[in-house]
Design a protein around this ligand. Structure first.
Ligand code: PLP
Length: 402
């Protein structure tokens, strides 16, 4: 079992904190915080614009973050890594710029388990451009997403499949490898939302034998600072796309008549980027790789399995997870207690979980629920946290005299 609380100052500063909300945002290790604090003390300047030492050193670090991110994903071209604000912005960039190329009657497939970030942009685009948005449903019993439920929706009008690699509510892993292979054969573009996958699993697209057109994720869920998101795009696809934002740093030349855009990646990084957050991503990836993503995955699974087994033994508790647990996501309900009340009572015990629709209202509605309580385990959690969750859930029932 990993024993990493000591690496994360938040636990030292808050004795007794049982943090089970990493699915929303992960805590940051000293390895990341200290490096970035030091960087701001000693090095900081804007990138790309100065010939002096600080600007040059900052640019080197910023570019190193891009190289590290490409290596982390197992893709060849660092210039295909675009830094954005978060997963949401990465998807909106694609919906805006790639969306420009779509025409009336074209079809987009998403799954019912998408986070709103990978649903609303496509729904809006479909409305604006008279496209057809098709929904691939999960199986209500097993909570898995059968490949066939996606492939049966494919027609010769399908232009994009936008798919979550892992559901933020159920922990369900989608058949994204097969989808990429099938889509590539048929010339359909694929966008993979890796917001809940990248922080918890080892990935190498080259080794998997796939090269998705777009991959997106957020730094803040994998121990980096908030403010940085990633968009990986196939080079030739990004090169064809119009820029999303325009302004400084994304141009080659500007005259009164015309602007020539800079080559990748600058074309998609207008204005001053979130420099410190990007550098925090470099350090966060180094930190996670130092521990081993495969070890992190095993650790989380062990904790989630134990938590599910224990809370399921409590009468009236229902867990919503596929049989094969792949990560640390544990969504549950308790008969007779609203999830918001569960989260509030757990917070009194310093047990931090999240309750609500988790930005996945179509999924929650499809499952005939109105909300879930969700605990998420990450690399710094331990069996004591499982114990705390179980105890707090039991107390919750006592409070409600159930
Ligand atoms: N996609 C999934 C699967 C998520 O879980 C989340 C956030 O919870 C997002 C997208 C949006 O991420 P962000 O808020 O960092 O843009």
């Amino acid at each position: 079992m990993l024993d990493l609380k000591k690496d994360f100052p938040i636990f030292g500063e808050n004795p007794g904190l049982c943090f089970l909300d990493s699915g929303a945002s992960a805590q940051k290790p000293s390895y990341v915080i200290d490096f970035v604090a030091d960087f701001y003390r000693k090095t900081y300047a804007n990138i790309h614009r100065g010939v002096y030492k600080q600007s040059w050193e900052t640019t080197v670090l910023y570019d190193k973050a891009r190289e590290k991110t490409a290596e982390f994903l197992g893709v060849d071209s660092p210039e295909s890594i675009i830094f954005t604000k978060n997963t949401t912005e990465s998807i909106n960039l694609v919906a805006y710029s790639f969306g420009e190329t779509l025409k009336e009657g074209d079809e987009i497939i998403v799954s019912i388990m998408e986070h709103h970030a990978n649903f609303v942009p496509w729904q809006r685009l479909a409305e604006k451009k008279s496209l057809k948005l098709k929904i691939a449903y999960i199986d209500r019993e097993s909570l898995i997403l059968p490949l066939e439920n996606i492939t049966k929706l494919i027609t010769d009008k399908t232009k994009l499949i936008a798919l979550s690699m892992c559901s933020n509510v159920l922990g369900t892993i989608s058949p994204f490898v097969e989808v990429c292979k099938i889509a590539e054969e048929k010339g359909i573009k694929v966008l993979l939302d890796g917001a809940q996958y990248m922080p918890h699993h080892k990935i190498n697209f080259k080794e998997l034998g796939i090269n998705p057109d777009f991959v997106v994720f957020s730094g803040h869920k994998l121990c980096a600072f908030d403010g940085v998101g990633v968009l990986y795009g196939k080079k030739e696809v990004l090169e064809e796309m119009e820029p999303f934002l325009t302004g400084g740093d994304m141009i080659e030349s500007v005259s009164i008549e015309k602007t020539e855009f800079a080559p990748l990646p600058n074309k998609f990084e207008a204005g001053t980027p979130p420099i410190g957050a990007v550098i925090s991503l470099l350090k966060a990836i180094e930190y996670l790789e130092g521990i081993g993503l495969d070890k992190i995955e095993e650790h989380e699974k062990t904790l989630a399995k134990e938590a599910i087994k224990r809370i399921k033994e409590i009468e009236g508790v229902h867990v919503f997870a596929p049989e094969r647990i792949s990560n640390g996501i544990v969504s549950f309900t308790i008969d007779g207690i609203h999830p918001h009340d569960i989260a509030t009572i757990l917070a009194e015990d310093n047990v931090c979980i999240r309750a609500g629709m988790h930005c996945a209202e179509p999924l929650i509605t499809y499952l005939n629920q109105d909300s879930f309580a969700r605990a998420t385990f990450y690399l710094y959690n331990d069996l004591e946290d499982v114990e705390r969750l179980v105890k707090a859930v039991k107390r919750c029932k006592e409070v409600f005299k159930l």
